[in-house]
Ligand binder design. Structure first.
Ligand code: FAD
Length: 393
């Protein structure tokens, strides 16, 4: 059997790892640029259990059990730290929204607690809390380094015999009747029994070449990195619930993530709605000029250590959105041998080991064993089923 994975982001690399780990031979990863050059290179690396849908929490648990032992299993180094996620609320309404998911965490057995202002201040020393009514802290959450993790997955897979071809653009998915038969690149035709589309926000146009409609579109988001602020180097991820502003340490520096701003200066945490056609517009990936003053002001308000913060670098990348902010994972109905794992809507890094393990189970065994992910099937958009609550962080 020949398996082609299209896309060398964290999902494609993790899928290659799990195929290698299952001793699958004849596996080929095709990446049109370089490994990690898509959304994966731009992510913040956050890993949290604090979702509102049960499947997401369970995916996080499965993924976290892997992230904890990533270095031992892959033999690679990953800058992973389980330092927690701290959500803080400025309003009673915000605090109630945070509290609403607590029964879910208790049900799944994840260590998350509501915390008062005093505990918030203890969790991040010196942080301004006089405007904070309370928060929610997940001690099992943390953060990692997406490009490092990707490199670890890819190296393991390659050493086990997976072929990785960069600078190889896949133009078309080939099918014969209701079966996939391979892919056509700019230079070649490659026959394959199984094709996995791990092509992030670029999945819709490629899937369309096989006659498959996939509702995934790109949405620009940005990150900024500060000068070294070593006093915060062990801080948890901190998220302002109402504004969407969040930050985490990265080495000695701090990385800030923020919502987009509308032309009238309002906050836009996610896209206003799906585009009228897919994939939607690829707006340029420059960092909007309005963001830095907003970030500097929010940061300075939140912590005195950010009073004169310097933004040393900044970048934008595309979130890979779907209409319900959940990925599309699994076999494509009606096209035997074709699989998708894409559209992670801002949380594809954290779930990568879980999703890759599960989609590989679907490919090799015809069903998943570790967790039922049938709700993530493309079928939900074909039939109008809506199993999830849409949320963007
Ligand atoms: C600002 C920002 C912050 C984020 N923060 C977090 C976070 O804290 N935690 C988290 O879990 N996630 C976060 N994410 C989301 C996360 O980074 C993504 O969900 C994840 O990287 C998606 O990985 P992927 O492999 O699906 O896609 P990608 O990394 O985009 O990989 C897809 C690859 O496919 C290749 N490709 C596309 N079309 C073709 C083709 N036709 N032929 C060959 N190759 C092709 C592309 O070149 C690309 O390399 C964030 C994202 C952004 C933008």
């Amino acid at each position: 059997m020949t398996t082609v994975i299209v896309g060398g982001g964290i999902i494609g690399a993790a899928a290659a790892y799990f195929l290698a780990e299952r001793r699958e031979t004849n596996v080929l990863v095709l990446e049109r640029a370089q490994l990690g050059s898509g959304t994966t290179k731009g992510g913040l690396g956050g890993i949290r259990h604090q979702f509102v849908d049960e499947l997401d929490v369970r995916l996080s648990r499965l993924a976290m059990s892997f992230w904890r032992v990533f270095d031992d299993i892959t033999g690679a180094r990953h800058d992973f730290h389980q330092r927690g996620y701290l959500f803080i609320a400025n309003t009673d309404g915000g605090l109630e929204q945070l509290r609403a998911s607590m029964p879910l965490y208790e049900k799944v057995g994840v260590n998350v607690e509501m915390v008062g202002r005093v505990s918030v201040a203890e969790l991040v020393r010196g942080m301004r809390v006089d405007d904070v009514v309370g928060g929610r802290f997940g001690a099992e959450d943390g953060y990692g380094d997406p490009p490092q993790a990707l490199a670890g997955f890819a190296a393991f897979a390659q050493l086990a015999g997976v072929q990785i071809k960069e600078r190889t653009n896949v133009r078309e998915i080939m099918r014969s009747g209701d079966r996939v038969t391979g892919v056509r690149t700019d230079d070649d035709e490659i026959a394959a029994d199984r094709v996995l589309l791990a092509t992030g926000c670029w999945t819709a146009p490629l899937a369309a070449t096989a006659g498959v409609a996939v509702p995934i579109w790109p949405y620009r988001r940005s990150i900024m990195e500060s000068q070294p602020i070593p006093q915060l180097s062990r801080a948890p991820m901190v998220i302002e619930w109402e504004s969407g502003f969040h930050f985490r340490p990265k080495g000695n520096a701090v990385r800030f993530a923020m919502p987009n701003l509308t032309t009238d200066g309002g906050i836009e945490k996610g896209p206003p709605g799906p585009p009228s056609a897919y994939p939607g517009d690829y707006v340029p990936l420059d960092v909007p000029a309005s963001l830095e003053p907003w970030v500097r002001a929010r940061a300075a308000w939140r912590h005195p250590l950010f009073a004169d913060v310097q933004i040393r670098s900044s970048w934008s990348c595309y979130y890979e959105m779907t209409p319900d902010d959940h990925p599309i994972v699994g076999p494509v109905p009606g096209v035997e041998g074709l699989f998708i794992a894409a559209g992670f809507s801002g949380h594809g890094f954290m779930h990568a080991p879980a999703i890759a393990q599960l989609v590989v189970e679907q490919m090799l065994d015809g069903r998943t064993r570790a967790l039922d992910i049938s709700d993530l099937s493309l079928e939900r958009f074909q039939t109008g089923r809506r199993p999830f609550t849409a949320t963007v962080l």
